[in-house]
Design a protein around this ligand. Structure first.
Ligand SMILES: [Zn+2]
Length: 1004
């Protein structure tokens, strides 16, 4: 037979585009449209409905950036449409090529009840089926003119990302606003032909099935009268029924479709707009669930649920009803889909505490699936936290974005830093916006790495971010793919139903040990430094506030600020969302974040101050030092306060013969040369040099930094090819603080001032940068005379190791990585730590010197970047950082010094020494939280972990009359399978595995 395949395929495309799709709506009449533009921020629904709108015509421009326009559309169903299905087509000026990221609307009835959202690929509102004819139609649309930030030419700097700079130019032109007859038979024919045409394109050309589909499509096209599509669509469908009815092969891949809308809690829009995006999408989804009996929709991020409850009670009522029916499914169990690299131990835990508790409180639902499709890599501390929260499964597709290495599994056990293993699935469809296209379904089946031993995968299905979620077209396609020869099968299921099947079919999945590193978006560890500092400092202040408020409540009976702490935690957790903390949002978001963090700090300091003053006794007679760190400091016990005088600053400062200064405290002798660089850091106890011979530490280096795309997210490896060492100093002189050296440098339009000071055997470096660069990367380098194959970076409840070399592509890809409070590298018996108060990004490289064949391990912390998208002014202005170099540090020293730097002592007038609520007699066991139980019982909750990667036996002792003790999960619920520890004289004995996390709850 002659090969006419392309001819038929091209015919299908043209007839679908030009004849069949237009016939879905064979007749229409225009609606009358009027509009009222709200003057500023969004207004309540009642105010929008009560506004006095002015006429506007199709084709007119509307919508200043970030504005809200209330459209009123009115019309009458033509009398001769009786018996037909009629829909309003409401096109605000959408670009169908970008489902999301542009204008959107929510349609209301005149009584204020929501109907559904309007989105680029979801522009219809059903008016009646069938209609009587003559019905009056009146609908209101709350339309948001959110500007397009990520355009066809992506990543171009734009001022549209902040209302303060966006101007007032209308962004959209009103398009079609009609009442139209909806021909369901033609619509079904479109779906038939799309499904078969898309499947056909994925099948092998030499396979019989492809040709069967081709011939069936040809017969269907022959059956259509192009001048009467509506009259002949049924006949065309009849030609396709046979090929649509043949079942899938028994070995077909099986896809669990989960209705989904990945809505970033802020990104290219401010937080307040997400509240409305969620309302629009959930309105769509609750409406769709009523129309489609097989459909299941899952939504994560408790914060987004809480927003609907608070701001859109009428939508919330519909959500609650759909949840009760089991088809609108809470998933994820976290407060937001957060970053997981940067959040500290306790914050990561609280993401689960507050997320899971919300779903338990509202619906009695305990989520066991962690839903993080879009998070930029997963720290090795996460598995233990997931388990401690009572969850057991993880889903993400993001690792498929890695640039270099292809991950070897789609379903596997992920083992974290302490050995906890979590059943993990990467949807092989490689998207969280599946639309049931044939190419996506075929890709999932082909791409699935675990073929032969497993056959189930999950497909998150629906447009996110203002695309409106799942569409009726996706559901219609899924119905045809349920059991269709040549395709993977598709069934709507909840995430839990999918995981149950996946676990059952794959009892011994492969294991991946250690972090799930995303080989992309590495610059999110540095961009928007103020947001990152806000996070770190908020985490530290929350620890202090809980500790001192709990201590004051137990010791003095003062009120524990449950409500305030709950609210502040949720604020901090929200800002750990995977486009806020990573610094990848528009200027508006980061401007607001800075203000929010300042308010958080003010309120937490007020709580801390109040608690400390309540504890400190008579303010007139002395001064107390409060130590919130988990280790004794300057004689003050961890979690206590004592009247210990500050240690005298021992460091001496003298001039250096060759120029510069020598700082020496008897433990560490640091030489700063005439350029302000640290050419020696001599550990006097170990009699050992820290700085590599002939090199200089505290070296500021600047690189051009213009990635190929994703400016705020990415730093591409080639950035290292060009570097400028900032070695010219404007000033190197003794600083104001006794024993300190001040170094000032100017470069470009920027200026850096550093204060160097030696104290307690460590070199403290306080860096102030007045940053006015564009597309540059600023690093602070420490070339160390250390030979080691691996180094440690602090993560949640422990630390993870990475290679110092680049033997494999996997190691080479980790050229920028995350640390919490420290990075540590060591030889047997001697190591060095760098601790930081707020930076997260670092790199570490290894060279061999020609002079003495020794190894130089160069650790560099990342200070600042200056990308221009999405915030064209990223990081401009004044920044302050603190780092400390700790020569001779063990990993235990690194842990302790990290806490000390992040939790400075506080001095409070008073004379009543404060004994800690809880003490632990082994420094390897680090207490991360002391608080009162969230249930208001007054119980004291203590969370701690083994911090060095070894075993620990410790006594945890209470400084109050404890009447009982229980081991609990993160939600402070006693563990059913763990015996209550024996309480002897107010203390319990614990034995911990490496990095093991334990929560104890003491009753009083
Ligand atoms: Zn996202």
């Amino acid at each position: 037979m002659h090969d006419d395949r392309e001819l038929v395929e091209n015919r299908l495309k043209r007839v679908l585009d030009e004849r069949i799709r237009p016939a879905v709506y064979p007749a229409s009449v225009p609606l009358d449209v009027a509009v009222w533009h709200a003057p500023g921020e969004p207004v309540p629904v009642a105010e929008g409905l009560a506004s006095a709108p002015s006429p506007i015509a199709v084709g007119d421009a509307w919508g200043a950036p970030w504005g809200t326009s209330w459209f009123t559309v009115t019309g009458t169903v033509p009398a001769d449409w009786v018996g037909r299905t009629v829909e309003a087509i409401l096109d605000l000026g959408f670009d169908e090529n970008m489902p999301g990221f542009q204008c959107e609307g929510l349609v209301y009835r005149p009584d204020g009840s929501p109907v559904k959202g309007l989105n680029p690929r979801n522009q219809w509102v059903r008016v009646g089926a069938p209609v009587q004819g003559g019905e009056e139609v009146r609908l209101h649309i709350e339309a948001a003119s959110n500007p397009v930030i990520l355009d066809y030419h992506p990543f171009l700097p734009t001022r549209l990302g902040d209302k303060e700079t966006a101007g007032s130019e209308p962004q959209y032109r009103l398009a079609r606003m009609d009442l139209a007859i909806f021909d369901e038979t033609v619509w079904q024919l479109v779906i038939d032909l799309e499904v078969l045409g898309e499947l056909m394109a994925e099948l092998p050309v030499d396979g019989a099935r492809r040709w069967e589909l081709l011939r069936a499509v040809e017969r269907a096209l022959d059956a259509i009268d192009l001048q009467d599509v509506n009259g002949t669509a049924a006949a065309a469908r009849a030609e396709l029924a046979g090929v649509l009815a043949t079942p899938a092969t028994p070995s077909a891949h099986r896809i669990s479709a989960v209705g989904h809308a990945h809505i970033d809690s802020a990104w290219l829009w401010p937080l307040r707009e997400t509240v409305r995006k969620v309302a629009r999408t959930t309105s769509n989804m609750t409406a769709l669930l009523e129309d489609e009996p097989d459909f299941v929709f899952a939504m994560s991020q408790a914060q987004q649920w809480a927003w609907i409850k608070e701001h859109r009670p009428e939508v919330w009522a519909r959500v609650v009803k759909a949840v009760a029916e089991g088809r609108f499914v809470p998933t994820g169990g976290m407060w937001v889909e957060s970053d997981t690299n940067m959040p500290g131990s306790e914050a990561m835990a609280r993401q689960f505490v507050h997320g899971k508790r919300f779903f338990l409180d509202e619906f009695g639902v305990e989520n066991e699936e962690v839903w993080l499709p879009d998070t930029f890599g997963f720290a090795a501390g996460l598995p233990q936290i997931i388990k401690a929260a009572g969850s057991k499964r993880l889903l993400t597709q993001k690792i498929s974005w890695s640039q270099i290495n292809k991950f070897p599994h789609h379903t596997f056990l992920w083992e974290g830093v302490d050995g906890t293993r979590i059943f993990t699935h990467f949807p092989p469809v490689d998207t969280y916006n599946c639309s049931m296209k044939g190419s996506e379904i075929a890709h999932a089946a082909r791409n699935f790495k675990d073929k032969g031993v497993a056959r189930h995968s999950l497909a998150p299905t629906g447009w996110g971010d203002g695309g409106g979620g799942t569409t009726r077209e996706m559901i219609a396609k899924a119905a045809r793919l349920r059991d269709l020869e040549g395709s993977a099968t598709v069934v709507w299921e909840t995430p839990a139903e999918f995981f149950a099947k996946a676990e059952a079919e794959y009892p011994a999945p492969p294991v991946w040990v250690g972090e799930l590193y995303l080989e992309l978006h590495r610059a999110t560890l540095t961009s928007q430094a103020k947001t990152k500092q806000g996070n770190r400092r908020s985490e530290s202040l929350l620890r202090e506030a809980e500790l001192w408020a709990a201590t004051a409540a137990v010791r003095t009976g003062s009120d524990y600020p449950h409500e305030r702490l709950d609210r502040i935690w949720k604020t901090v957790l929200l800002h750990q969302f995977h486009d806020i903390l990573p610094g990848s949002s528009i200027a508006w978001v980061h401007r607001e974040a800075e203000k929010t963090y300042a308010a958080v700090a003010a309120e937490l300091n007020e709580i801390i101050d109040g608690a400390q003053r309540a504890l400190a006794g008579n303010p007139g007679s002395g001064e107390l030092v409060f130590n919130a760190a988990p280790h004794t400091r300057h004689g003050v016990p961890a979690g206590g306060a004592a009247a210990v005088p500050a240690p005298a600053l021992a460091a001496g400062l003298r001039t250096r013969g060759e120029g510069g200064y020598v700082l020496d405290d008897g433990l560490l002798r640091v030489e700063v040369d005439g350029r302000g660089l640290v050419v020696s850091a001599y550990d006097l106890r170990a009699e050992r040099e820290t700085v590599a011979p002939g090199q200089a530490a505290n070296l500021l280096q600047i690189h051009p930094d213009f990635p190929n795309m994703w400016d705020a997210w990415d730093v591409d490896q080639f950035y290292r090819n060009t570097v400028t060492d900032l070695v010219d100093a404007d000033e190197v002189a003794p600083g104001e603080e006794p024993g300190s050296v001040r170094v000032v440098r100017s470069f470009g339009a920027s200026r850096i001032t550093q204060i160097l000071i030696v104290e307690a055997g460590r070199l403290d470096i306080r860096t102030e940068v007045d940053w006015h660069e564009t597309e540059k990367f600023l690093k602070l380098a420490f070339p160390l005379d250390v030979h080691a194959d691996r180094y440690a970076s602090e993560s949640q409840y422990g630390h993870a190791f990475r290679a110092t070399h680049t033997n494999t592509s996997w190691e080479a890809a980790k050229f920028e990585a995350c640390n919490h409070k420290f990075v540590h590298v060591e030889e047997p018996d001697w190591g060095v730590a760098l601790v930081t108060d707020s930076t997260y990004g670092h790199d570490l490289t290894r060279t061999v010197r020609t002079s003495d064949s020794g190894t130089t391990t160069t650790l560099r912390v990342s200070l600042l970047r200056a990308p221009r998208f999405p915030d064209p002014e990223t990081d401009q202005g004044l920044h302050r950082f603190r780092h400390a170099l700790v020569p001779g540090a063990t990993i235990g020293d690194a842990v302790r010094e990290g806490w000390f730097l992040n939790l400075p002592e506080r001095r409070v007038p008073g004379d009543a020494e404060v004994a800690p609520l809880v003490t632990v007699d082994d420094d390897a066991v680090v207490v991360t939280a002391v608080k009162l139980a969230d249930d208001g019982s007054g119980d004291v909750v203590v969370r701690f972990h083994e911090s060095r990667g070894g075993r620990a036996r410790a006594r945890v002792s209470t400084g109050f009359a404890a009447t009982g003790a229980a081991v609990t999960d993160l939600l402070e619920r006693p563990l059913a399978d763990t015996a209550a520890p024996e309480l002897t004289d107010g203390s319990v004995a614990v034995a911990l595995r490496p990095f093991e996390l334990v929560t104890l709850r003491f009753s009083r």
